[in-house]
Design a protein around this ligand. Structure first.
Ligand code: COI
Length: 356
């Protein structure tokens, strides 16, 4: 493993950022990490000013989609110590996605070390407003210059960061999709593969035109079993149970999903991870037992769902009566800002150099 060189920016953009008005995904912090895989090992590892890339027109990622990413966040404790949220889990998931897409793994320890270095340089970019965070986007793509269909030998890994506000500013409306699928058993649904998102854009556009914010994905065989929303995993409170679809290979193994399952279990909720049919949700709605539906994701955190449409049936939900979703939101934010004890060790504090 070669060493990581650092070139600091000479023209920070920090002073130009309106931290009271942070749209998701549009503001970029000063530095980024770049590394190249040369077919044998990761080389040319450097942190440098955030900027544009140059690329060859035949770069394989552009043609056959060998491209994966992660979404993770950093926060600041009250004393301003930067903390990464479950970075080891994100490193492991990046590598699981890499394996599925026939790409090289990136060493987990180096991944965490790089994130620490980036936060030491750009910790002032971590917003402090509740609900905001420094979003971290690691991604890896194939860089061989050829158009032969084969796994690339060379790859690039980049990590940049973005101060960001909430992904969904208000409760969302979901449309259950019966023509298109996101993922099928044996496919790439569990990986954070760029192509999974590309394939979801047309159905999402159609759903938007019908007045819905997102697609609720169903299984590829029967269009019955609920998978996820594409930008987040999904939870249902039916009676006194909290139910989320089991990860079966076609659903992303969400790290927020995992955190919520742990928090709910710790607090004594009855939690079920199992196949959940849209008909079961409709029946629960008709019986008055569908109490809450909410999404869980790194970007979304907790997104209350106020309506689901499945074929002709419209299920409207009273988000103002939700109890579990706001409780989870308070718990996860409390852990992240240090006001609730981090008993599972999810926070990874980053020591800053002592200023003199
Ligand atoms: C995330 O929650 O971090 C995601 O990657 C979802 C999305 C913004 C594509």
């Amino acid at each position: 493993m070669s060493k990581i060189t650092i070139t600091k920016t000479t023209s920070s953009n920090l002073a130009h950022v309106d931290f009271d008005n942070l749209p998701f995904g549009q503001v970029f912090a000063d530095h980024m990490f770049v590394a190249d895989y040369d077919g044998q090992q990761w080389t040319n590892m450097e942190i440098k000013p955030f900027g544009r890339l140059t690329m060859h027109p035949s770069m394989l990622a552009l043609h056959y989609g060998q491209s994966i990413f992660e979404g993770m966040k950093a926060f600041a404790l009250e004393d301003k110590t930067p903390v990464l949220y479950r970075p080891e889990r994100h490193a492991a998931r990046l590598n699981a996605s890499a394996t599925r897409l026939c790409m090289p793994e990136f060493p987990e320890e180096t991944f965490v070390e790089v994130l620490e270095m980036l936060l030491r340089l750009d910790h002032q970019w971590i917003p402090s407003e509740p609900g905001s965070a420094l979003y971290i986007r690691p991604f890896m793509f194939a860089t061989d210059e050829t158009i032969g269909v084969r796994p690339s030998e060379k790859y690039r890994l980049i990590i940049f960061t973005q101060p960001t506000g909430p992904y969904y500013a208000k409760p969302v409306k979901l449309l259950a999709e019966h023509n298109y699928i996101r993922a099928a058993n044996g496919g790439t649904g569990e990986a954070k593969a760029a192509g999974n998102y590309a394939g979801s854009l047309l159905p999402a556009k159609i759903a938007k035109a019908k007045g819905y914010d997102q697609v609720l994905w169903l299984d590829a065989t029967d269009f019955e079993y609920i998978q996820e929303v594409g930008t987040m995993n999904i939870f249902f409170v039916i009676g006194d149970k909290v139910i989320t679809p089991a990860t079966d290979g076609s659903i992303l193994r969400g790290i927020t999903r995992d955190s919520f399952l742990t928090l709910l279990t710790d607090a004594g909720y009855t939690v079920e991870q199992r196949p959940l049919g849209i008909s079961e949700v409709e029946d629960a709605y008709d019986r008055g037992e569908l109490k809450e539906v909410f999404g869980a994701g790194t970007a979304a955190v907790v997104a209350k769902v106020c309506e689901i449409k499945n074929k002709d049936k419209v299920m409207k939900l009273s988000v103002e009566d939700y109890k579990v979703a706001p409780w989870l939101y308070d718990q996860i934010n409390g852990i992240r800002n240090g006001s609730i004890s981090d008993k599972h060790g999810w926070l990874h504090p980053v020591a800053l150099p002592v200023s003199v």
